[in-house]
Design a protein around this ligand. Structure first.
Ligand code: AMP
Length: 218
């Protein structure tokens, strides 16, 4: 049976960083809805054009567009054994849709590690965040700096500041998270799937705790 892990947490909790480490070390396929949207923006697809305004304002892209995009991704051959989902679901309607679509893929959500970080810390983290153009690796000028300023440690590509990591948008993304995504904490807790991890610990510690939670669920 295929395995699906949903990484939950506010923007800036470290979901992308952790998902990349865990996926690379353990051969899981990393599916990030934000990365999928950004690829579509870069490629100027119709989906990208539809999503752009919402993303730049720090709002959620409508559920129907997002759900269709993720379903198409999970249908692909490389996901037959499952996936590590990062940034999806972000609303209860998306979580319901995920449950339905996974039935078609012979799976279910197996575990939902929740990376908890208080909002003061999030604002500080998102402010200094730099992302690599090629593969979306994430760095922080203070907390996780690249070896060479402006260059990705992993693939040598240029680092840039995401449009939605600029101050005006950061505050809105955090507000949107608390209003629309935080209800998923209870949603998954009530189903016995939530595993809370302290996201203020050092990156390697958070990875260790996430891995322990994932292994326990297998
Ligand atoms: P992220 O990289 O996960 O922070 O996502 C960047 C932006 O993409 C978000 O602020 C949203 O505008 C959009 N986005 C990503 N995932 C979703 C989702 N599951 N539902 C709606 N919008 C999303």
């Amino acid at each position: 049976m295929a395995k699906y892990i949903v990484l939950l947490g506010p923007p800036g909790a470290g979901k992308g960083t952790q998902a990349k480490i865990i996926a690379e070390k353990h051969g899981l396929v990393h599916v990030s809805s934000g990365d999928l949207f950004r690829e579509n923006l870069k490629g100027q697809t119709e989906l990208g054009r539809k999503a752009q305004g919402f993303m730049n304002r720090g709002e959620l892209v409508p559920d129907d567009i997002t759900i269709d995009m993720v379903r198409d991704r999970l249908k692909r051959e490389d996901c037959v054994k499952g996936a590590l989902l990062d940034g999806f679901p972000r609303t209860p309607a998306q979580a319901d849709a995920l449950e339905e679509m996974l039935k078609d893929f012979n799976g279910k959500v197996d575990i939902v590690p929740y990376i908890a970080v208080p909002s003061e810390v999030l604002i500080e983290r998102l402010g200094g965040r730099w992302t690599c153009r090629l593969n979306g690796h994430v760095f922080h000028e203070k907390f996780n700096p690249p070896k060479k300023a402006g260059i990705c440690d992993y693939d040598g590509s240029e680092l840039y500041q995401r449009e939605d990591d600029k101050p005006a948008t950061v505050a809105n993304r955090i507000k949107v998270y608390f209003e629309q995504t935080a209800p998923l904490i209870e949603y998954y807790r009530s189903r016995g799937l939530l595993a809370e991890v302290d996201g203020t610990l050092p990156i390697e510690k958070v990875t260790e705790k996430l891995m322990a939670a994932i292994e326990k669920a297998q």
